[in-house]
Design a protein around this ligand. Structure first.
Ligand code: MCA
Ligand code: AMP
Length: 489
């Protein structure tokens, strides 16, 4: 029983998706998804396990995702900007027997798949005969999202249909999603924010989902000015960029945008800390106090400021429905007092199942049935949480993307002109953090950036490089990352 697909039957004639190719009803979505499912089953049989899909944000993306679910498979979205090398890693790590892709990505997919028999373009999926669909239960795996961790290569976070459904119910109740809603998605479709909070929530509730493959401030401004949107959700960097865009518009254009925003009912920020200055500037411009919430790929959303009532700048709010949280000190003791920092633990039916093929890492990331987020937080006397940082400096958040310093270091060390390297995060008003790499060796930064383009997604490529004689290390030989940060001007 796939709740999101079952529910859509009640909205058959309503518009589900609007993209650059047109506008599609829930009925069209369901019919197309069934035909994708039939094609998947013809090629790979029912319950094909992980199915990679590389499709730009739009109607086709959703039909493929739902088609994989109806065929009993695990949907694994691949980012459109990933170079072939990162895609090859996903092919190998998932062990997928099927890779569905839009034919605009043929070159990349051919370079990534040694066994090309598993790869099919969307056009090759057309005209499948009718087949019997398998019985999919809520205990079945629904999707796998790759996320960076402290151990180098990204790992697949497996979420069951029950967990996805609970995440959707939680957000639907908290933010009162309804059929009258209309949202614009400009976020990438291989992460929870764009995929679950926006896309799945909209379709779970019979709302209209506008899908835009990339973020363009002028497009967002135009859609908000239209007065048709009721909701918008984005990372802090996007609000920062929208503020910059607003400031360079003519007064009458600004006023029209502001008038359009007045009719919207909610604007949400998340995926990284929202600077209070951005919240305040956006409030002056839009009249909306951004609702900041906190989440993670492994747990979906956990904490949220209230839909109704006061939103505290700098705070991420209180536990969402179906979610329990606690703070734990270094001795693993639960912290009951207010204003005492500790690691945030989360449990509930929203929390992921396991890391794909990584039982030890899965076991290490839990304490009993509590997931250890690695985020340090404190709670105020009224029960609202504030995120203070992370317990590892090897995780970087840039533009809302979570990036592993170790993953970048491992790639850099493959370069013949690099002897040693250290990747660190530098604070940035616009990006939250930007990635910086200190290297020893002869490699030159300009050519390094080019060299990295074939190996890492664009958002993982360091923005700052520094050639140095030696890297500071402690007596054990461990890199002193706080010292290394200071080397950058
Ligand atoms: C791009 N540029 C950067 C960065 N990214 N510079 C510094 N740091 C960066 N991180 C530069 C490019 O090199 C380029 O420079 C210029 O900015 C424009 O690049 P482009 O890729 O076009 O940027 P953009 O389209 O404006 O992208 C900004 C963005 C994007 C839209 C904010 O980063 C984005 O989509 N972020 C969202 C990620 C997300 O969805 N995270 C959710 C994870 P030049 O012009 O010089 O070439 S899920 C999650 O975290 C949990 C579950 C949660 O709580 O939500
Ligand atoms: P990801 O693994 O990409 O899902 O990123 C999850 C991480 O993003 C969390 O562990 C936090 O470190 C960070 N994060 C998400 N939302 C917020 C927020 N509102 N404030 C601060 N950090 C956040």
């Amino acid at each position: 029983m796939l709740a999101i697909i079952e529910k859509s039957k009640a909205y058959q004639h309503r518009v589900a998706v609007v993209d650059a190719t047109g506008s599609y009803t829930y009925r069209q979505l369901l019919e197309k998804a069934r035909s994708v499912a039939a094609a998947i089953i013809q090629h790979a049989g029912p319950r094909p396990g992980p199915v990679l899909f590389l499709v730009p944000s739009g109607f086709s993306y959703v039909t493929v995702q739902w088609g994989i679910w109806l065929a009993g498979g695990i949907a694994v979205p691949v980012h459109t900007a990933h170079p072939a090398e990162e895609i090859a890693y996903l092919v190998q790590d998932t062990g997928a027997r099927l890779f569905l892709y839009d034919d605009s990505f043929t070159g990349k997919v051919e370079a990534a798949c040694s066994d090309f028999s598993i790869a099919l373009t969307l056009q090759q999926l057309d005209h499948a005969a009718t087949v019997t669909l398998p019985e999919v239960t809520e205990a079945d795996d629904a999707m796998m999202i790759y996320t960076s961790g402290t151990t180098g290569k990204p790992k697949g976070v497996v979420i069951s249909h029950r967990q996805l459904d609970t995440q959707l119910r939680s957000l639907s109740e908290a933010w009162e999603w309804c059929t009258g809603d209309r949202i614009l998605n400009v976020l990438p479709m291989h992460h929870v924010h764009g995929l679950v909070n926006i896309t799945c929530c909209a379709l779970y509730n019979g709302a209209v989902l506008e899908m835009q493959p990339t973020f363009d401030p002028a497009h967002v401004a135009a859609r908000m000015t239209s007065g048709e949107l009721t909701l918008f959700m984005a990372v802090p960097t996007i609000y920062h960029k929208l503020i910059q865009h607003f400031q360079q518009l003519a007064p009458e254009t600004q006023q029209a945008w502001q008038a359009g925003m007045r009719g919207m009912r909610l604007m949400v920020s998340g995926s990284a800390a929202l600077p209070v200055s951005v919240l305040e500037q956006w409030r002056t411009i839009s009249g909306h106090t951004l609702l900041e919430r906190y989440g993670m790929t492994e747990i979906g959303m956990a904490l949220s400021n209230p839909l109704h009532g006061g939103r505290k700048p700098g705070y991420v709010g209180v536990p969402l429905p179906y979610v329990s949280v606690q703070l734990v000190d270094e001795q693993q003791q639960v912290i009951d007092e207010a204003s005492v920092p500790g690691e945030l633990y989360v449990k509930g039916d929203t929390v992921f199942q396991r890391y794909w093929n990584r039982p030890e890492e899965t076991a290490r990331s839990f304490s009993g049935d509590w997931f250890r987020t690695g985020d340090i937080a404190e709670r105020d006397a009224e029960g609202a949480y504030r995120i203070l940082g992370r317990n590892s400096s090897d995780i970087i958040k840039s533009g809302g993307y979570k990036i592993s310093a170790l993953e970048i270091e491992n790639v850099l060390l493959e370069h013949p002109g690099i002897r040693e390297c250290a990747v660190v995060a530098l604070p940035s008003e616009e990006w939250g953090e930007t990635i910086a790499a200190a290297i020893t060796g002869e490699a030159n930064p300009a050519s390094l950036k080019e060299w990295l383009k074939d190996r890492l997604a664009p958002y993982k490529i360091p923005r700052h490089f520094l050639n140095t004689e030696t890297l500071p290390r402690n007596a054990m030989g461990k890199l002193l990352k706080q010292e290394i940060k200071k080397l950058f001007p």
